[in-house]
Design a protein around this ligand. Structure first.
Ligand SMILES: *Cc1c(COP(=O)(O)O)cnc(C)c1O
Length: 431
């Protein structure tokens, strides 16, 4: 299977080339040239399959030219060694808990899959690959953890100083080895701009192989479709049409869910739930895409003003807004509404939602108002302890800190403070 650039479909790459380059030479995002539905009996008999078997069958067509079946099985086994439960918190509402991995965010799946692919591809290569990544919070930790100790790969993570939670910062600044953290005096958008500039800068790329581990990279984006299938496997017996509500920032996660649907997974509808960074809800309403600078919120991993994966979603629908609206709704919620629903759900059910999951819950309920006879699943994209201050001050509870978080809390932060692109460039050229 080839991947083409969304700017020009004549520009094509193999999976391996797309993973190593991150982005196409014309700066377009890579997209699979075909998505062939899985056989109907895959979905009819999905209860009988293990997570590893589901993942293997789902991703096989996209990677099989470059990865042997045996190696793919190993990559999947290294990626998926934790649980993905759907927890029913009230009638017709379940939460897909994606936080049981090593950094307690859904990004562990994509980051580990990509790290394993890149490790596989760099066997026998002379030149190291440098992974350059901007994070608004959880990407950094997941990427740092996934790539730690991978031979032939160096990782440089940019994050906005003072704008990620303490736990998030610890997760990306304390590991050492092949992981370096750049603390940028600026916003997430500034970090993302610096990364994009570096990819275009031939005075760097002439000397260094740079790639991105943001969800623009197909090896991080596509494996996210796995857990939509795991959720379907669990919710199928409800006998109702299924709706997914996905708390969205860069829109990679929800777009992967839509690819699972193209593979034949029965889904009635998707809901893209956002905080006040509402470029997509606005687009769905007005049909005009207007990126704006991001605003800081309590669901900071979704503070994105120009979601990079939304072009992939539009492409899935051939840029036909009417057809897209039939399958996707998008709603935006304030911090006040988010806090209020965290309190309400906790009081009614005892369930502690993190602020991102809470935005997902709100979007699901909005959709179910007019579609009550559905089974709704909202994605809990991070464990509540990752947003400890918000959860504590909103709910007056102190969730128990799990061991994988405790492990990093006492470690010493190590970062390079930078303010300009020139400083990043200097670092990359000298190291
Ligand atoms: C990254 C992240 C999101 C947003 O996911 P996208 O794929 O960028 O839409 C939502 N919640 C949490 C906790 C995240 O870390």
């Amino acid at each position: 299977m080839k991947f083409y650039s969304l700017n020009n479909q004549n520009i094509q790459a193999s999976f391996k080339e797309a993973v190593i380059a991150g982005i196409a030479p014309d700066k377009g995002l890579y997209f699979p040239e075909e998505i062939t539905p899985l056989p109907a009996d895959f979905f009819e008999n999905i209860e009988k399959l293990s997570h590893h078997e589901i993942a293997f069958q789902a991703i096989h067509q996209f990677v099989n030219e470059d990865i042997s079946d045996e190696a793919l099985k190993k990559i999947i086994a290294n990626t998926l060694d934790f649980e993905f439960p759907v927890v029913e918190i009230e009638e017709n509402v379940g939460t897909l808990e994606l936080f049981h991995g090593p950094t307690m965010a859904f990004k562990d799946v994509g980051a580990r899959f990509m790290a394993n692919c890149l490790g596989y591809f760099s066997q026998g290569e002379k030149q190291d690959v440098t992974v350059l990544v901007a994070t608004s919070g959880d990407t950094g930790g997941a990427v740092a953890n996934g790539f730690l100790g991978v031979d032939g790969v160096k990782v440089v993570i940019l994050y906005p100083s003072g704008k990620v939670s303490e736990i998030q910062e610890k997760q990306l600044t304390t590991l050492g080895q092949n992981i370096e953290a750049m603390e940028v005096s600026g916003t997430f958008d500034d970090c993302q701009r610096m990364v994009k500039t570096a990819f275009l800068d031939t005075s760097i790329t002439d000397h260094k192989k740079l790639t991105s581990a943001n969800s623009i990279n197909v090896a991080r984006w596509l494996p996210q479709l796995f857990y939509f299938l795991f959720a379907y496997q669990q919710a199928k017996s409800k006998g109702k049409e299924i709706v997914f509500s996905v708390p969205s920032g860069n829109f990679g996660n929800i777009c992967a869910g839509m690819v699972a649907q193209k593979l034949g997974m029965p889904v009635k509808h998707f809901v893209a739930s956002t905080n006040v960074n509402d470029v997509v809800p606005q687009f769905m309403e007005k049909g005009v895409y207007e990126p704006v600078p991001s605003k800081a919120t309590i669901s900071n991993a979704m503070d994105v003003g120009d979601p990079s994966n939304f072009v992939r979603i539009r492409h899935l629908y051939q840029n036909n807004l009417e057809q897209l609206r039939e399958n996707l709704s998008s709603y935006s919620f304030s911090d006040e509404a988010t806090r209020a629903i965290m309190k309400e759900v906790h009081a009614k059910t005892g369930y502690v939602m993190d602020p991102h999951g809470a935005v997902g819950y709100l979007g699901l309920k909005e959709y179910q108002k007019s579609n009550p006879d559905t089974f709704g699943i909202f994605l809990e994209t991070a464990h509540p302890v990752k947003f400890l201050d918000v959860v504590e001050e909103t709910l007056n509870v102190s969730p128990t800190i799990p061991p994988q978080i405790l492990k990093v809390m006492d470690k010493k932060k190590k970062s390079h403070v930078i303010a300009t692109y020139e400083e990043l460039k200097k670092y990359l050229l000298e190291n």
